[in-house]
Design a protein around this ligand. Structure first.
Ligand SMILES: CC(C)(COP(=O)(O)OP(=O)(O)OC[C@H]1O[C@@H](n2cnc3c(N)ncnc32)[C@H](O)[C@@H]1OP(=O)(O)O)[C@@H](O)C(=O)NCCC(=O)NCCS
Length: 324
């Protein structure tokens, strides 16, 4: 069995096979473009690759994406081998190929310096537990924002490229004392934003209502730089707060940004706002978090070097933005 980078005709076959599972409402053509474009981002080109496992006849039997995520674990900079889109072609299932491609990717990533492997499971925890992964709780919450008469007097504008260093610095400050955290530098934040914008853009005009989504990125300015920000996915089902930050520990500017956004349509009922809220992230005074439940996508980690993985939600700082 051979592990290769998936490209050319093999990649097309893998996209044909995985499209029904992961199309997100896109057409087949847009799905291929969404996948290709992620690999062409600055961060994606260096950290993301799709692999295929070939049998002895050179035919692909399984495929997966492999990310090398920069993380910090117990105060030490490290790398996480992120495994996504694990897929075995239908007629080859039940022969251990999914387990094999995961183990191969882990071996290779360990040689490249990874200390931990991680994934989001859509198929429960049993299969991955057998491979040594353990569930790490992430909380999903409803965000309730206190609505006021009129918007708070604060300058809120669309965020852009020049804000990314300020976002990275807010993230570093807020997550400084947490055991497990992604090191989100400007290029990683740009990747996370671009991935969502591409998905929204490529879905425009698609027949499937799941494709109706928009990415919104707003900042509150102080001096010339961003002092707080929020990234939202807006869809007919409601808003997803993908990530957020505030230079101020109380988070009042983040709360005010959300109030400004809600005041755009004062007569409409407040949308449902869902978030994965890192427990170490202060809750702004204008907000309440309700209906705390474990995130539907199960986050699982496995140590692949001499490290201890976190086991409690408080030990993890992770935004929905970085779902993979
Ligand atoms: C899940 C999947 C990758 C497994 O591939 P595979 O090569 O057959 O896996 P292996 O042979 O290594 O292991 C088989 C085990 O997978 C597990 N499994 C397969 N499908 C599963 C599912 N939908 N839910 C839970 N476990 C599942 C079972 O435990 C099975 O063991 P069993 O044969 O004793 O019941 C394959 O079924 C697939 O491509 N599914 C569609 C895509 C998908 O859901 N990927 C997972 C994303 S997190």
């Amino acid at each position: 069995m051979q592990l290769v980078t998936a490209d050319g005709p093999i990649l097309e076959e893998i996209l044909d096979a995985t499209y029904p599972v992961w199309h997100e409402g896109l057409t087949r053509d847009a799905y291929a473009r969404w996948n290709a474009a992620q690999l062409r981002t600055t961060w994606g080109a260096d950290h993301l690759r799709r692999f295929a496992l070939l049998d002895d006849h050179g035919r692909w039997v399984a495929s997966a994406k492999r990310y090398l995520w920069p993380i910090r674990l117990d105060g030490v900079d490290a790398v996480m081998c992120g495994v996504g889109a694990v897929f075995t072609r239908t007629e080859a299932r039940g022969h251990g190929y999914a387990a094999m491609i995961i183990e191969r990717l882990i071996d290779q990533s360990r040689r490249e310096g990874a200390a931990i492997a991680g994934l989001f499971s859509e198929i429960g925890d049993r299969f991955y537990e057998r491979l040594g992964f353990r569930t790490v709780p992430l909380d999903e919450v409803d965000v309730q924002v206190e609505r006021r008469n009129g918007a708070p007097a604060m300058l809120v504008r669309s965020g852009d490229q020049r804000d990314l260093p300020a976002l990275a610095s807010m993230h570093a400050t807020r997550s400084a004392n947490v055991r497990f955290v992604l090191r989100r530098d400007p290029s990683l934040i740009e990747y996370a934003l671009t991935k969502k914008r591409l998905l929204a853009g490529l879905g425009q005009g698609a027949a499937d209502s799941r494709a109706q989504r928009q990415t919104e990125f707003f900042v509150a300015e102080e001096g010339a730089s961003a002092a707080a920000y929020v990234v939202l996915t807006v869809s007919p089902a409601g808003w997803t707060l993908e990530e957020a930050g505030d230079r101020d520990p109380a988070g009042a500017r983040l709360g005010a940004i959300l109030q400004v956004l809600l005041a755009r349509e004062p007569s409409r009922a407040a949308p449902l706002i869902r978030a994965w809220w890192p427990p170490a992230m202060p809750v702004p005074p204008q907000m309440r978090l309700e209906n705390r439940v474990p995130a539907r996508d199960i986050f699982m980690l496995r140590p692949i070097a001499d490290v201890q993985i976190p086991s409690r939600a408080e030990e993890v700082f992770y935004w929905r933005s970085d779902y993979f």
